[in-house]
Design a protein around this ligand. Structure first.
Ligand SMILES: Cc1cc2nc3c(=O)[nH]c(=O)nc-3n(C[C@H](O)[C@H](O)[C@H](O)COP(=O)(O)O)c2cc1C
Ligand code: SF4
Length: 488
């Protein structure tokens, strides 16, 4: 699928900076303790959620899921957030799921594996997600032959008031693009060009209208299962293109008290949190991931997002992890037979920027917004820790984020994928051994196609060695090789 890129196409390279000695690391901000609600963490290092597409088609934990998180845990970050995990008991493809008790044994095993592999030094959270339906872009023949509901509007446009429906469908199929623009309404055009997708504003759909009633108990039950499985906390997914972010979005015009002004848009996210808190009690860590900026035309800006963050903090969230963009509103047109993907437009670029960029580059695009949100919390007397990052790959950058009070914890996603041992290497004064992410987004391209996510810097290494598990294509190893210092 095509992906939007900044027109400047300025190439940026990751830089190692100066790595600390073990003593310097021990005295650093990054490796200093921090409290996240009831959790006392030994360091401010955070691996945010990344979907690796390792679950079964039914959403169960597999040995490959266990291997994936075992490998991250061996690097001993203070926190790992397990990938976006579906809260409903509905088929969702190979997305991890937590919508029923039958998923518990696998999830329990996952929490045990991470505890063992990190020697108890890594806390494991899980990201809970809900999303609405999105369909593949249809063949025009299928769309006009079956999907499109023929209305009086279509008949009037074609001047075929009493014609047989099949004749209307055939005429529409034969129209040139400019005429289609007039014959179809905006949603029909979108369904044809991008594939149909539900929106939180589709109040004519009963299940969408009922989301304020259905979602709080669904999130609460999922969160209860997370605690039962041994997770150290939950992260409510309020970011990117998914249901809860769509409620917060400036595009949410619901007229039922859950859309329009920011105070109404934040209502359901607060009610979901209240249900989760009530289910788990006050001593269990619950936070959310939300957008510091939607990065779409007319989208929620940082000032409004700061208001949301203050509302969440006041309600008692234990942390707020910030991302940006990643919306479907500006996604690129998918090929026929494929679904639109939220990380392909400009807002998607803001979420996961790559090495061909504008002047700013991939590093720190969300940090000014994160700093503003953190400052707004502190000005309101709220001490809730902020997790932020984006393009962070060396120690000096992470230290600077903390020194400049842009965040309280620093997240490394792709850098942790490129080298899961980053945290341990840097802490032990062996930063020189870090394998730096190149921000090529090879991993993200695999994610888009729902193929097992790996990193191009290590996935062809020692693929024939005994015991090395390979991807379905038989060519790529599924986890990073062990750190050599460990195997000596
Ligand atoms: C393969 C892949 C999968 C991702 N899956 C998720 C996800 O499940 N939930 C989420 O909130 N963010 C997800 N992200 C976004 C990352 O958590 C992170 O916000 C983004 O990569 C920017 O951080 P970085 O520059 O440190 O990589 C994913 C990123 C990648 C590369
Ligand atoms: S494939 Fe590896 S090097 Fe490329 S962006 Fe992903 S993690 Fe970084």
């Amino acid at each position: 699928m095509a992906t939007w890129r900044p027109p400047e196409r300025i190439r940026h390279d990751a830089v190692p900076g100066r790595w600390p000695s073990a003593a310097e690391a021990a005295a650093s901000r990054l490796f200093s303790p921090v409290r996240v609600g009831p959790l006392q963490l030994p360091a401010r290092t955070w691996v945010p959620a990344m979907v690796p597409w390792r679950a079964t088609e039914e959403g169960f934990v597999t040995p490959a899921v266990l291997d994936w998180y075992r490998r991250f845990a061996a690097g001993e970050p203070a926190v790992i957030v397990v990938e976006a995990t579906g809260i409903r008991d509905v088929p969702s493809g190979p997305l991890l799921r937590i919508g029923h008790d039958r998923f518990l044994p696998g999830l329990e095993r996952l929490t045990q594996v991470v505890r063992e592999a990190s020697g108890g030094r890594t806390r494991l959270l899980i990201q809970l997600i809900d999303f609405l339906a999105i369909k593949r872009r249809p063949e025009p023949e299928k769309f006009f032959g079956r999907h499109l509901v023929i209305s009086a509007r279509h008949r009037a446009y074609l001047g075929m008031p009493g014609a047989d429906e099949a004749a209307v469908r055939a005429r529409l199929l034969g129209l040139p693009p400019a005429a289609l623009q007039e014959a179809l309404d905006a949603r029909e055009l979108e369904a044809l060009r991008m594939g149909y997708r539900e929106r939180v504003t589709d109040l004519e759909l009963e299940h969408v209208r009922a989301l304020p009633q259905t979602l709080p108990p669904l999130f609460a039950q999922a969160a209860r299962r997370a605690r039962a499985a041994g997770f150290d906390g939950v992260e409510l997914h309020y970011a990117h293109a998914y249901t809860m972010a769509s409620f917060l979005s400036a595009t949410n015009t619901r007229a039922d008290g859950y859309g329009g002004e920011p105070a109404q848009r934040v209502r359901l996210p607060l009610e979901v949190f209240a249900a989760v808190r009530a289910a788990l009690g006050g001593d269990y860590p619950v936070g959310c991931r939300m957008l510091a900026d939607e990065c779409i035309a007319g989208g929620t800006d940082t000032a409004t997002a700061a208001g949301f963050a203050c509302a969440f903090a006041r309600a008692g969230m234990d942390f707020i992890s910030l991302s940006r963009g990643g919306k479907l509103d500006d996604a690129m047109q998918p090929k026929v037979g494929e679904a639109a993907y939220p990380y392909t437009g400009r807002s998607g670029y803001e979420c996961m920027p790559s090495y061909y960029s504008d002047r700013q580059g991939f590093l720190g695009r969300n940090l000014p917004a994160s700093a503003a949100i953190r400052a707004a919390l502190r000005a309101a007397g709220l001490a809730t820790p902020i997790v932020a990052g984006g393009g962070i790959h060396n120690f000096e950058q992470a230290e600077e984020v903390l020194a400049r009070q842009q965040a309280d914890l620093v997240s490394l996603a792709r850098q942790a994928l490129a080298d899961p041992d980053w945290f341990r290497k840097v802490r032990q004064g062996q930063g020189g051994a870090v394998r730096l992410c190149k921000y090529t987004n090879y991993c993200e391209a695999l994610d888009q196609r729902h193929r097992e996510v790996t990193c191009e810097l290590w996935d062809r290494e020692d693929v024939g060695a005994p015991g090395v598990a390979l991807a379905a294509d038989g060519k790529r190893r599924l986890v990073a090789p062990p750190w050599e210092a460990d195997s000596k």
